[in-house]
Write a protein that binds this ligand. Structure first.
Ligand code: ATP
Ligand code: 3PG
Length: 392
């Protein structure tokens, strides 16, 4: 996958229309995690240094095609301006004559942030006329919205049909770290996949089994696999409809000589509650009255040993109910093992990234993806429309 990148364009005195993913968490009108804004700054700063004026656009939340002040970009514009260290003007709308006048008035080095592109239903419908209206705001289009690259929307895909289009540094970095995992990873390559459901992770497992040496399956999804192996799983999470899929995945891994590590011990509770007493089960089999809520210490040892030998590791999805402190150990230890590893380590998926941040380990991971759904679809081997539009 070879992309057109911003290094290949002369931006001097040009208007750059830049799609970013500023879909960030807010509480009481204040951005509570600005990771995605920070991640877009190298591209914005580069464009400004190279003499461009910049029209930035993003969605925020799901306002369903209606102008709703609750979903205004205003609080995000404020944080963006603080981080950029210069004024950011918030446009009066997304398209229209007033915005066109604001764009026309931009001078070299100025930054204008459009209102929430999802205030128009045409955005998600990838309406060509809407995409053309956006394209009219720039001489060139830059996409740095990796987190939204799996959506074929007007601002992520449609607009690329009307302007010379380039990948920003963030998209370039995400692809640089993730593409080799699907093509030619440094080996041994270990994938650690967790989270609640087999149904949402089976495609990624089926994709990674092609290049992995070892696959660890943890979290709530592990019990369906244990059940098909004939283990008792007590009252743990199980997806009956996915037992057959889980069985054929295990058969495929065996056929390919891929080692699959499933929990060999557990931390359980009698009830799915934060304050339920922690009961250690020293075997793969879980007694009838218990719920598996975290991997046990022997499983943790197996995972740490695999990570220690690895040259590349990818992690997506927590190993247990890490939101409950007593069941966070498996996820914490995996996070620490990755942080201490000399392998190339890539972490994707909302909850595993949240766990890395909760334990303050982000700077010790080779690459923490800014994409939730996008990173999962990338690892599934799917073509992301927002990235495809930037290919040479
Ligand atoms: N043993 C378990 N039983 C029930 N739920 C579990 C278990 N282990 C992990 N979980 C839950 O799985 C959830 C995460 O699953 P999900 O599939 O959403 O993962 P993810 O890929 O990290 O998330 P995202 O979709 O945000 O990227 C967490 O809320 C966690 O509490
Ligand atoms: O947070 C995300 O995963 C992206 O910003 C995409 O948001 P969406 O799922 O509402 O399209």
């Amino acid at each position: 996958m070879i992309l057109n990148t911003i290094r290949e364009c002369d931006f001097s005195n040009k208007k750059a229309l830049v799609r970013v993913d500023f879909n960030v968490p807010l509480k009481d009108g204040v951005v509570t995690d600005d990771t995605r804004i920070q991640a877009a700054l190298p591209t914005i700063n580069y464009l400004l240094e190279k003499g461009a004026s910049v029209v930035v656009m993003s969605h925020f939340g799901r306002p369903k095609g209606k102008k709703n002040p609750e979903f205004s970009m205003a609080p995000i514009a404020k944080r963006f301006s603080e981080l950029l260290g210069k004024p950011v003007v918030l446009a009066k709308d997304v398209i229209g004559s007033e915005v066109a006048a604001q764009v026309a008035a931009l001078n070299k080095g100025d930054v204008l942030l459009l209102e929430n592109v999802r205030f128009y239903a045409e955005e998600e419908a990838n309406d060509p006329e809407f995409a053309k209206s956006l394209a009219a705001f720039g001489d060139v289009y830059v996409n740095d919205a990796f987190g939204t690259a799996h959506r074929a929307h007007a601002s992520t895909e449609g607009v690329a049909h009307y302007l010379p289009s380039y990948a920003g540094f963030l998209i370039e970095k995400e692809v640089k770290f993730m593409a080799p995992l699907l093509e030619n990873p440094d080996k041994p390559f270990v994938a650690i996949i967790g989270g609640s459901k087999v149904s949402s992770k089976i495609s990624v497992l089926e994709s990674l089994v092609r290049t992995c040496n070892t696959i660890v399956i943890g979290g709530g999804m592990a019990y369906t696999f244990l059940a098909v192996q004939g283990h008792s799983i007590g009252k743990s999470l199980v997806e009956e409809d996915y037992k057959e899929t889980a069985a054929s995945f295990l058969a495929k891994a065996k056929e390919k000589g891929v080692q699959v590590i499933l929990p060999v011990d557990h931390l359980c509770g009698e009830e799915f509650k934060e304050d339920t007493a922690v009961i250690k089960v020293d075997s793969a089999d879980i007694p009838q009255n218990l719920i598996g809520m975290d991997i046990g210490p022997k499983t943790v040892e197996l995972i740490v040993a695999a990570v220690t030998k690895a040259k590349s590791v990818v992690w997506n999805g927590p190993m247990g109910v890490f939101e409950f402190n007593s069941f966070a150990n498996g996820t914490l230890t995996v996070a620490k093992a990755l942080a201490q590893s000399s392998a190339t380590t890539v972490v994707g998926g909302g909850d595993s990234v949240a766990a890395i941040n909760k334990f303050d380990l982000a700077d010790k991971i080779s690459h923490v993806s800014t994409g939730g759904g996008a990173s999962l679809e990338f690892l599934e081997g799917q073509v992301l429309p927002g990235i495809k539009a930037l290919e040479k």
